[in-house]
Design a binder for this molecule. Structure first.
Ligand code: AMP
Ligand code: MG
Length: 419
């Protein structure tokens, strides 16, 4: 139980994730949740062969020689049922999504035709049977599994759920998370400014990190560095699924978190990870609660959340993709570090305009990498990961960057065309 690598510590944390309860939510409130059931189609989609275009339904054999004039026998709108069978030399005007009439085996889009009179249309090109027809059941077959258990509910998934008339569904429950800050020096957000005190920022940064995952945590407040008071707070915190404690996990005379947790029956699994920033970090569990003793330094606290708390919370919510997306980017400057610990460097990313690799990025440090420099975290697009075996990276060297942005955005559409 000595010093763990980041990977081993992550593995240990994830092995202790238990909670996978489910609940039923309405479709309108399901975005971002994870399905805890399999979803099947309740009918064939489309329910019949439909036109993919506004145009004319006809017999492809009539188009052996083009242009050819055909007689229009019917108008079929979406929602209509065709009444007539298309014979040789005939066609029906048809709208996108309308059923293809009997006799017809292809659709010609209106752009490839020319009206000769109210009843006659000239078809200018030939096509094969099946042209611009969406076949019955092409999207989904009645009874087919369309979404599997564990699927994250994205806007596209919501569309599929609505298609199969799934107005409510079983999803994994979100964990209940409590956040506790510790330290005699801390000043609450609602307290008057005292120049000798340290504002409690960790409670709020951690709150926001949890909120970004769709979790609404409960802030327990600030516990003084007093074993009795701390124990009272921790007892409340142990009623939650996850308890995040900021500060007091070191081995200083007034760091009471570890002994307090142990006294309250928390089984401690580790309290040191070979990383920077991120020292000290304690992790323990009871039968129903995961407890993280996070470092008090504001950047360390956030970086530890990213590496350990985030994947645990995501697993609890049923996700299979637990980690931040990583990309590779070239460094604009050298980085020197002491080997032996995985180092996380706050960086900004910029598009590499000079590169012969379009779409690639370059990374630059956001400035001082002190673990108290919260501004450098606020400005960061990502965390550059320097492996524990490395003693540094040269300018121009490629490195792995964890994107701190949940979704992946960029400043330009990145598509060609336009003026
Ligand atoms: P600790 O881990 O308790 O030794 O705290 C390390 C450093 O982080 C100290 O300088 C604390 O003042 C600072 N710190 C601890 N908790 C917080 C907090 N909730 N918000 C901002 N800074 C904190
Ligand atoms: Mg402290």
């Amino acid at each position: 139980m000595g010093n763990l690598s980041v990977r081993d510590a992550q593995t240990c944390v994830l092995e202790h994730v238990l909670i996978r309860d489910t609940e039923v939510v309405k479709l309108e409130a399901s975005l971002g949740r994870v399905l805890a059931e399999e979803i099947r189609a309740n009918r064939d989609q489309p329910p019949y062969d439909v036109s993919a275009m506004d145009g004319f339904a006809l017999r492809s054999t009539d188009l052996a020689m083009t242009p050819v004039a055909l007689t229009i026998i019917e108008d079929i709108k979406a929602g209509d049922m065709p009444g007539k069978t298309v014979q040789a030399g005939q066609c029906s005007r048809i709208m996108t999504g309308a059923p293809v009439p009997a006799g017809a085996d292809a659709v010609i889009r209106v752009e490839d035709t020319r009206m000769l009179s109210d009843e006659n249309v000239e078809i200018r090109i030939g096509v094969d049977a099946g042209n611009d027809i969406r076949l019955l059941g092409e999207n989904m077959r009645n009874g087919q599994v369309v979404l599997s258990n564990g699927t994250e509910i994205t806007p596209g998934v919501i569309g599929v759920l609505a298609t199969v008339k799934c107005a409510q569904m079983k999803v994994y429950r979100r964990p209940r998370v409590a956040i506790l800050s510790t330290g005699n020096e801390l000043e609450g957000l609602d307290e008057p400014v005292d120049p000798d005190k340290i504002p409690n920022s960790n409670s709020y940064a951690l709150m926001a990190q949890a909120q970004a995952l769709g979790i609404e945590p409960v802030l327990l407040g600030i516990a003084r560095d007093d074993p009795e008071e701390l124990a009272q707070f921790v007892r409340r915190g142990l009623l939650f699924d996850v308890l995040l404690i900021s500060g007091g996990s070191s081995v200083g005379l007034h760091d009471h978190v570890r002994p307090t947790l142990e006294a309250l029956g928390v089984d401690m699994h580790f309290w040191r990870v070979e990383m920077r920033p991120g020292h000290p970090l304690a992790f323990g569990t009871t039968a129903s609660t995961m407890v993280f003793g996070l470092p008090g330094n504001p950047v360390s606290s956030m970086v530890c959340f990213e590496q350990f708390v985030l994947p645990a919370l995501r697993r609890m919510m049923g996700h299979s993709h637990l980690f931040r997306r990583t990309i590779k980017a070239r460094l604009t400057h050298p980085v020197k570090i002491r080997p032996g610990r995985t180092e996380f460097i706050r960086v900004v990313l910029e598009r590499n305009e000079s590169s012969r690799l379009p779409g690639s990025y370059v990374a630059s440090s956001t400035g001082t990498q002190s673990s108290g420099a919260l501004l450098s975290m606020a400005l960061a697009d990502g965390l550059l990961v320097v492996p524990s075996t490395s003693s540094g990276l040269a300018a121009g060297e490629s490195a792995v960057i964890q994107l701190l942005d949940g979704a992946v955005f960029q400043d330009e559409p990145g598509i060609e065309g336009g003026t």
